[in-house]
Design a protein. Sequence first.
Length: 64
Amino acid sequence: MADEQLKIKVRGDDGYRTFSIRLKERTFQGIEEIATRTGHSRNELIGLMLDYALPRIKIESDEM
């Protein structure tokens, strides 16, 4: 067993980025309530919400 090695892989990019956001208190409380009721983390829920919303957003122009 003396020749066994502990191999540790170098961490690479996992495809995620970290940044901070400001939320209204009621929005935060709504996410917190869902997290408490479902057992999911706030981070996971926000990611799910954004994944759901992004393809459904329509940008409206002020130009007529």
